[in-house]
Design a protein around this ligand. Structure first.
Ligand code: G4P
Length: 530
């Protein structure tokens, strides 16, 4: 329990949302509270252009899409918060899934006007796979949104999670008057286009006080009293254990752009959000409080500086203390490695660090030694689990346009897929290479980077597949037989596992029915066999 004080200080989380729900705005407000930035708009302008800490490639800047996942660390009321940013664009969803493997909890932003949208659904599926604790922030209450009860019902139903409101809104849109904090029993009043101050916060232990009628009018006061009575009756006190187990999600209402209701959420977040948690490995569970260091790579970034081929590997520290210049075991390569310039991410600056603790994310310069899922320890041999690849949704064959650059193309493909930009499948002994991605945009990124960084030019030829399924069976011979029989639809992933490329759901269901001894999985556990 050597580093318990450091561990208890830390909260590592990500904000997730469907694009445009308000993730960037909320991030910015958090950073303002943490004193990590001074002006509103600092994060926003990053997202669009210029030297965004997370935009590393020209292509991203041109498109104004923050492809990268960066980390922002700041202190708030004595708590060290590591906020892992996730790309908003749906084509980079896999990056977001990976980032979710490195956090201990998430805040989900839902737009009160649009409710649950497609990407919210998918991200929540990933959270549920890991029982990640979730806090929901219902944003844009200053706009005419859905009825608040209907919205709760919709979120519960669509995301398959029980909700527990901790604040409650008084109307929405032009009539939005504020939120009542059920936990602290106070009322925060909203005035459009002005920042809420301490004077807007009224202690209100008893909602029957005439002060309520005076502040929000008799009609709304009556509705609020009724709502709160109902909510108290239905929900009662939040059971924090249920939240920590990923069974119940506390809900806050507010307006990120007006910085309204954000502090209420942040204060509750640091109170209830989990400290760095124990993590499963191929051998045993690793507790953050263990003396010895361990961690894993969840993200690899292309070169920050186009003049260099260096990459940055993002390491999540899981136990013990990470130290600069100390030798650690790179388990997959069975090699001792050390880092002379590891850095942390304090807001948008990078600082070289001497040490880091569980929950921290460290940036390591990498010349090609790492791939996603790699584990570092002080010598003990294990791999962190639960860092799967998900089935891509678009498949294209790689056509080499310049035979003189075959080697460069191969190297580029290997490195880019190590970074997790895309997945590589090979057929017919490696002669046919198929790239699988979640979105079209990634193919452009790959083509661009292969040319810029490796001097290799390629084209893509669309393939008629809709999903890749990893095959397992209690009797491995069944998989081998199936693979021989269906060779046109069989490929090998980068780790040598057999994958069935399904043309459509119908084909997949047919094969499932015809081959009851074989299991078809939409995700692969990297290192699952170690
Ligand atoms: P994202 O990162 O989830 O994609 O969303 P982002 O924060 O960029 O917000 C998307 C848009 O929603 C922005 O408007 C932002 O100002 C607006 N927004 C965020 N929170 C609120 C809120 O509480 N109420 C209202 N009414 N709008 C909100 P934009 O027009 O795209 O950008 P900008 O011109 O305002 O910068």
């Amino acid at each position: 329990m050597k580093y318990i004080n450091e561990i208890e200080k830390r909260r590592t989380f990500a904000i997730i949302s469907h694009p445009d729900a308000g993730k960037t705005t909320l991030t910015e407000k958090f950073l303002l509270f943490g004193g990590a930035i001074q002006t509103a708009g600092a994060v926003k302008s990053n997202k669009i252009k210029k030297h965004a800490a997370s935009d590393f490639m020209d292509i991203e800047r041109q498109r104004g899409i923050s492809v990268a996942t960066s980390v922002m660390s700041f202190e708030y009321k004595g708590t060290l918060i590591n906020l892992l940013d996730t790309p908003g664009h749906k084509d980079f969803a896999e990056d977001t899934y990976r980032t979710l493997t490195a956090v201990d909890s998430v805040i989900l932003v839902v737009d009160s006007v649009n409710g649950v949208e497609e990407q919210t659904r998918r991200l929540m599926e990933v959270c549920r796979m890991r029982d990640t604790p979730v806090i929901v922030f219902i944003n844009k209450m200053d706009r005419d949104g859905k009825n608040r009860f209907d919205l709760l019902e919709e979120i519960e139903k669509e995301l398959n999670i029980s909700l527990h409101p901790l604040t409650w809104p008084i109307n929405s849109g032009k009539e939005f008057k504020g939120v009542y904090n059920l936990n602290d029993k106070n009322l925060l009043l909203f005035t459009p286009n002005t920042k809420a101050t301490d004077a807007d916060l009224l202690e209100m232990d008893d909602l029957n006080t005439p002060l309520l009628d005076e502040k929000i009018g008799e009609k709304d006061a009556a509705i609020l009293r009724e709502d709160i009575e109902l909510i108290d009756g239905v929900y009662g006190q939040l059971n924090v254990e249920d939240y920590l187990a990923g069974k119940v999600a506390p809900v806050f209402f507010g307006s990120a752009v007006n910085n309204f209701g954000v502090r209420e959420m942040l204060d509750n977040f640091i109170r209830i959000a989990p400290i760095p948690r124990a993590r499963p490995t191929t051998v045993r569970e690793i507790k953050p409080t263990e003396d010895k260091f361990s961690g894993f790579i969840f993200k690899i970034h292309a070169n920050l500086d186009p003049k260099h081929r260096d990459r940055i590997a993002f390491l999540r520290v899981c136990s013990g203390k990470f130290e600069r210049n100390k030798y650690y075991k790179h388990i997959r390569l069975d090699k001792d490695v050390r880092f002379s310039n590891p850095y942390t991410f304090l807001a948008r600056d990078k600082d070289v660090i001497e040490e880091a603790y569980p929950g921290d994310v460290v940036g390591l310069f990498d010349t090609g030694n790492f791939k996603i899922g790699d584990t570092l320890t002080e010598g003990e041999k294990f791999y962190f689990t639960g860092i799967p690849s998900f089935s891509p949704e678009i498949f294209k064959e790689v056509i080499n346009k310049d035979p003189m650059k075959t080697k460069q193309l191969e190297k580029g493909l290997m490195q880019l897929t190590d970074e997790g930009v895309a997945q590589l499948f090979t057929q017919f002994g490696g002669n046919k290479k198929i790239i699988g991605c979640v979105g079209e945009l990634q193919f452009e990124v790959i083509q661009y980077r292969l040319l810029q960084e490796y001097g290799a030019s390629c084209e893509f030829r669309a393939q008629p597949y809709y999903k890749a399924c990893w095959l397992t069976s209690k009797d491995p011979k069944k998989v081998d037989d199936f693979a021989k029989f269906k060779s046109n639809n069989i490929a090998t992933d980068k780790d040598g596992y057999t994958v069935y490329l399904a043309q459509s759901e119908w084909f997949l269901n047919t094969e499932r029915t015809n081959n009851p001894d074989i299991e078809f999985h939409f995700t692969s556990e990297i290192h699952k066999d170690h």
